[in-house]
Design a protein. Sequence first.
Length: 310
Amino acid sequence: DKVTTGFIGLGQMGYRMAGNLFRSRPAPFVIFDADDRATTRFVTEHGAAQPDRDLRIARTPAEVAEQADVIITMLPASAHVRDVYLGDPAGLLTASRPGTLFIDSSTIDPSVARELAAAVAFRSAALVDAPVSGGVMGAQAGTLTFMAGAPNTAAVDQVRPILDAMGRHVVYCGPNGNGQVAKICNNMLLGICMIGTAEAMNLGQKLGMDPVLLANILNTSTGRCWASEVSNPCPGVVPNAPASRDYEGGFGVSLMAKDMGLAMTAANQSRVVTNLGALAHQIYNLVANTPGLQKKDFGVVYKWLQGKSS
Ligand code: NAD
């Protein structure tokens, strides 16, 4: 089809997602990033591979909205997303046309997602919040899961072919903002489980247990979770996990601290008790501010704990 596609935010995740989308759709493609190097790299890599394709670099979000019928955003946090949509004079909504479909895959505050959805609806367009799980590897392989919040299922069905080009599963979570709700609840639990696993592995080892044997027991017992089994934070337990390569790659501890903060803001706004979430948020903030650990996978909380234990 000839529907022009726009993509804003070609970072760790977005660059790979946009690459998969570009390859799967023959339509014109417009890209924008605040960092020119990202768009130049995209044109060098993908434009050169398919020289007959219509691939354009926009200079502002508004220029994307002028040209594209479907626009995906993949930006760091709420403030960037708000700026790209509502910025004056160059934001997306200054130039959006009725019927434009917006998909925001960034992980942001659910209340910001709802605010933007209302602003988009006011312009007779539709926004689907569709944050992802699956990480950089899932983005590269096109196997992401999208958690979609949308005004109705029809809007999700409209964006499904786009999301299918970048992922494997699309789950409709309810009205706008609910995609973000699902995402931050998952990441809050993930963050808590990682700290719990790190504490159990550290305690067991300090008490004289072999870590590989301990992990095997956890993983065939009731303490089993993703952090114990797939991405065990103790080095050497899972050979291909970030912990076994000095916590390189994986999911950054500062991104985990950000997502925990989103969950805590939402919990406070709704007066919901999340004791462990609050404690885990503090711990990830401490780890993310420890020199040498900032850029590491969030499992580095294990290394941080070891440093605290005698
Ligand atoms: P990133 O920082 O690597 O990329 C963000 C991109 O947005 C950069 O290229 C940056 O230049 C661009 N950008 C920033 N502000 C901009 C603006 N105002 N206008 C245009 N471009 C702008 O981040 P990422 O790792 O790709 O993550 C993106 C989102 O996905 C985040 O919300 C993150 O929480 C979420 N997420 C990340 C992962 C992961 O493993 N990295 C997994 C799931 C979800």
